[in-house]
Design a protein around this ligand. Sequence first.
Ligand code: C5J
Length: 234
Amino acid sequence: MEVRLASISAQPYDYELPEVSQVALVVIDMQRDFLEPGGFGDALGNDVTRLQAIVPTLKRLLDGFRTLQLPIIHTLECHQPDLSDCPPSKIKRGRSRLTIGAEGPMGRILVKGEPGNGIIAELAPLPGEFVIHKPGKGAFYNTELATILQQHSITHLFITGVTTEVCVQTTMREANDRGYECLMVEDCTESYFPEFKQATLAMVRAQGGIVGWTATADQVLKGLEQWKPSTVLV
Ligand code: C5J
């Protein structure tokens, strides 16, 4: 008997959902440091207000995953207070007025535990959701992400957050190389540079989905609502 798997309408072609519950939502770096004035993004000279446009859609997607009781992984880009996990090259890069570790209006820039380093209130993680502190752009480098995914038998990742061409794309490429089936959610990721976002989406989909798939939040939610996994693993 042919088993027809549920799928999500996506680019460059439909994204097949697994037969068992092996999916997770990954929310990259929705932190005050990137979205609010006075943080790291602002110090680098960016218009941080651009990133706030995705917050309501990302909240809707988060709520959808919460309703379906699917795993959610939040990441934060941050460094230890003594900056021992921050290469000097990263501190120097950008030549910004406020470098990593400097005291800014929301506390020390990109330092773990500082007010400006937290996730914005609207998207705050709930108890039971995973929170990964990452010193790099990619979420696999020097973190427990790979272990969490293995322990929970997760194979399919829905990737969201900021910024599209930096931490989101780096994480998706790292995951793709590790064999994960990755879908970037188009209207749940944003960049300070609109053309970089569009270029990233195009790069992901090119060559038959060389890095994975893209779809909108509505397409993802519609696919998940119709999906009846035979086994729930987490
Ligand atoms: C950056 C990030 N842009 N979260 N970090 O430095 O994309």
